[in-house]
Write a protein that binds this ligand. Structure first.
Ligand SMILES: Cc1cc2nc3c(=O)[nH]c(=O)nc-3n(C[C@H](O)[C@H](O)[C@H](O)COP(=O)(O)OP(=O)(O)OC[C@H]3O[C@@H](n4cnc5c(N)ncnc54)[C@H](O)[C@@H]3O)c2cc1C
Length: 585
């Protein structure tokens, strides 16, 4: 032990000197965290500290560079520069680093939510209000994973490769290209490996639902709260990994071509909140700034080719409407047969998708019906959910402050939630809860639905502001109305008729429909350079070293939540880049 004591004493002196000589932040929480502000000397301090104290305890070293604390004009070089520290950026950076590749990850926000960063996301609407663009994105480390629901459902194979004779456009990849990656995403998000298909019910020896050739019954999985915010899982791993350097307050403002070579990006100009500029050079660049912002960044980069005016076009979302409310006697049956249930800690919920056969016969877009359960706002169940969401956002104190009293007052609700999940494997649904049937529809491809940037307005950092030309069109409205009638027949046949249907017709359904926080498109994947922005490997057409990992590349939306597929695509991109890099060496 003596040598360690000596090293410990020397380290303590060194740290004391460094702390007084340089501003630094070192926090030790429990036995697992060292946070620091990594000017080189601080990194040395921390490394020394970790080595010296290793025999007594295990410490992670979490390093990030805050650009607010670097003088302007610095330049940084890496093999791959990843722009955006949300879901896509984090899993991409980690997978590359694990393959020995040096990565710089640029995150516009800080480690915690900041209003000055969020304000830069504000978008102006030209037509319908795309709520998710202003209220559903988070511009912070971890991105929208600090807010999302974590619901996962793979795309059905026909979305990628529609059958002959279908009017639908396919993707330039097939289901097999990404299926192997779905399993890895399940591991990252900590869900079980049971099937998504209705086989789940027979696997678990539960009562099956009536079979129908028109309705495809599948079950989505929900990532547990502790795994939803990727800043706290993959983000922590990335900050501790020697192959990744995370830069915060690093707003990518413009991608610039290599001097004399317009087919390659040489650098990205990055700005902090004091409007100081930095230059990041790399061999490869990947834009992971989320759907809207990825298009905006490319539109704000004059060196990116856009001869066919495709950047920002074909923006889409899932649009939803409340089709019915479950009242007795269908309500009790619906809870019993369709209510959410837990397997191995993973929550599963039932989805009624329009089968391929039905869509082809009726000319419908991909669409899905599912049950939404709303407990009263003042109940213990709602307070528990709100607290978990606050913890997901990293706002524990605020969450406790706002929800502790309602949780105590609603003690029986909280106890029921816990006991049902623990012993019955079910999510408890109280008598006061409202049960509604919701129908979501993908949007038909429309080049007029697009992300643009203003010609005259700039945000606080001098970047042109976003304008969204977005409309819910006739095909979406018609699919919603018609599928609601089809689902009504099925639920009646299954003896789970909700009873109170929303009788809104095609003429007046538009105001009842809204986006569902699933922005997609703008940088569409395709083989035809006149109708797309990236190719099947997510490389921007005509630029050799620029890729995009985001739902922005989705040519269509399907009836599944998008992020599971986006994550699988991102892992596939990481492997593709790693192969390219190793081939060059
Ligand atoms: C309330 C809510 C619930 C949701 N629920 C689900 C669900 O259950 N299932 C599902 O599949 N999807 C869901 N989603 C959608 C899901 O959150 C997104 O699809 C997903 O977060 C997209 O990941 P991303 O990495 O592409 O973008 P983001 O997670 O948004 O990350 C983008 C990152 O880029 C950073 N950034 C932006 N601009 C710049 C710049 N100029 N320079 C540097 N960095 C920049 C941002 O700060 C952010 O960290 C939900 C969304 C919301 C809002």
């Amino acid at each position: 032990m003596r040598p360690f004591l000596l090293i410990g004493a020397l380290t303590a002196l060194y740290i004391l000197w460094a702390l007084t000589a340089y501003p630094t932040q070192i926090f030790v929480r429990g036995n697992s965290i060292v946070y620091l502000n990594p000017a080189t000397n601080n990194t040395i301090v921390a490394v020394f500290y970790v080595i010296a104290t290793y025999p007594f305890s295990t410490y992670d070293l979490r390093v990030h560079i805050d650009l607010e604390e670097r003088s302007a004009g610095h330049s940084f070089h890496s093999t791959v520069c990843v722009i955006g520290g949300g879901i896509a950026g984090l899993i991409l950076a980690m997978r590359l680093a694990k393959q020995g590749i040096r990565v710089h990850l640029l995150e516009a926000g800080g480690l915690a939510f900041e209003e000055r960063s969020q304000a830069l996301y504000r978008a102006q609407m030209s037509y319908d209000n795309h709520r998710g663009s202003n209220e559903g994105r988070a511009r912070t480390f971890g991105g929208s994973s600090t807010r999302w629901g974590g619901q996962l459902l793979p795309f059905t194979p026909d979305i990628f490769s529609p059958p002959d004779g279908s009017s639908r456009e396919g993707w330039p990849i097939c289901a097999q290209d990404i299926t192997p990656y779905y399993q890895e995403v399940e591991i990252i998000l900590g869900v079980d490996s049971f099937p998504f298909s209705s086989d789940l019910l027979s696997t678990l020896r539960r009562n099956t639902l009536p079979a129908s050739e028109d309705i495809l019954v599948r079950f989505s999985k929900w990532a547990p709260f502790k795994k939803r915010n990727l800043a706290k899982t993959v983000g922590v791993e990335a900050m501790a990994h020697p192959g990744v350097t995370v830069f915060t307050h690093a707003n990518a403002a413009s991608l610039m071509a290599e001097p004399g070579n317009r087919n390659r990006i040489g650098s990205v100009r990055v700005r902090n909140y004091d409007r100081k500029d930095y230059l990041f050079t790399a061999d490869h660049f990947v834009v992971c700034a989320g759907t809207v912002e990825s298009s905006r960044l490319l539109l704000c980069s004059p060196d990116i080719p856009n001869a066919h005016d495709q950047i920002g076009r074909y923006f889409h979302d899932h649009v939803g409407f409340l089709a019915a409310q479950f009242l007795p006697p269908g309500r009790a049956r619906a809870i019993q047969r369709l209510g959410p249930f837990y397997v191995d800690g993973t929550l599963h919920t039932c989805k009624f998708e329009a089968s391929l056969r039905l869509r082809l016969r009726e000319g419908l877009l991909a669409t899905v019906g599912y049950i939404l359960i709303d407990e009263p706002a003042e109940s213990g169940a709602s307070a528990t959910r709100n607290l978990l969401r606050s913890i997901q956002r990293g706002e524990f104190k605020e969450g406790i402050g706002a929800n502790l009293a309602p949780m105590l007052l609603g003690g029986p609700d909280v106890a029921r939630l816990f006991l049902y999940s623990r012993f019955a494997g079910r999510r408890a649904v109280s008598k006061r809860a409202t049960l509604r049937l919701t129908i979501d529809v993908e949007q038909a491809p429309d080049p007029q639905n697009r992300i643009r940037v203003s010609d005259c307005k700039e945000d606080a950092l001098g970047m042109r502001t976003t304008i969204l030309d977005w409309r819910i069109n006739e095909p979406e409205r018609s699919t919603a109305v018609r599928y609601s009638r089809i689902l009504r027949k099925y639920l009646k046949y299954a003896e789970m008729d909700p009873s109170q249907w929303n009788e809104t017709g095609l003429e007046d359904i538009a105001p009842a429909m809204s986006d569902t926080n699933h922005p997609m498109g703008g940088l569409r994947m395709g083989t035809d350079i006149r109708r797309s922005v990236v190719d099947r490997d997510l490389k921007v057409h005509c630029v050799d070293n620029l890729h995009v990992a985001s739902c922005a590349v989705f040519p269509s939306g399907s009836s599944s939540n998008p992020t599971f597929t986006m994550m699988a695509l991102t892992l596939r991109l990481a492997d593709h880049l790693a192969r390219q890099i190793s081939d060059r060496h």
